[in-house]
Write a protein that binds this ligand. Structure first.
Ligand SMILES: C[C@@H](O)C(=O)SC[C@H](NC(=O)CC[C@H](N)C(=O)O)C(=O)NCC(=O)O
Ligand code: NI
Length: 137
């Protein structure tokens, strides 16, 4: 059976990104690897390992590269939370930028919010509930 394994994000400060995804969004730092020859470090973060069926995020730090052009093509990574309102309170308290306050999707019933990670990538928080589990309503 095929599986979504990871989404790779290039980041300008690896420790800053790891702190955000672990301490602020509650993920685990699953593993790291250093490539001396090509001068980059990878850090995999997620709520569980790929072997358990979790899709994870591959944070890629190119040594000395502190910023990237974000462009206008990348959309977001979506995370499911039992309570996006308390998650947003925690994210706000950590000083991160909430670009769309939590609330129902316009014309829909699913509650969502959008936050930016330290490199400006958009992360969508989706309220998980019996009624809308996995439904993009
Ligand atoms: C471990 C596996 O999941 C990878 O994605 S390694 C792929 C490899 N990554 C790099 O070389 C990272 C440093 C590189 N300078 C970069 O910024 O990508 C790779 O082939 N990357 C090229 C790519 O287009 O992803
Ligand atoms: Ni990869």
């Amino acid at each position: 059976m095929s599986q979504v394994l990871h989404t790779m994000l290039r980041v300008g400060d690896l420790d800053r990104a790891i702190h955000f995804y672990t301490h602020v969004l509650g993920m685990k730092l699953l593993r790291q690897s250093v490539n001396e020859e090509y001068k980059y470090t990878l850090a995999f973060v997620g709520y569980g390992d790929e072997s358990q069926g979790h899709a994870v995020i591959e944070l890629t730090y190119n040594w000395g590269v502190e910023q990237y052009e974000q462009g206008n093509a990348f959309g977001h990574i979506a995370l499911g939370f039992d309570d996006i309102y308390s998650a947003c309170d925690k994210i706000r308290a950590a000083g991160a930028n909430i670009t769309r306050e939590p609330g129902p999707v316009l014309g829909g019933s699913t509650h969502i919010a959008f936050v930016e990670d330290p490199d400006g990538y958009k992360i969508e928080l989706i309220q998980r509930s019996q009624a809308t589990e996995g439904v993009g309503s």
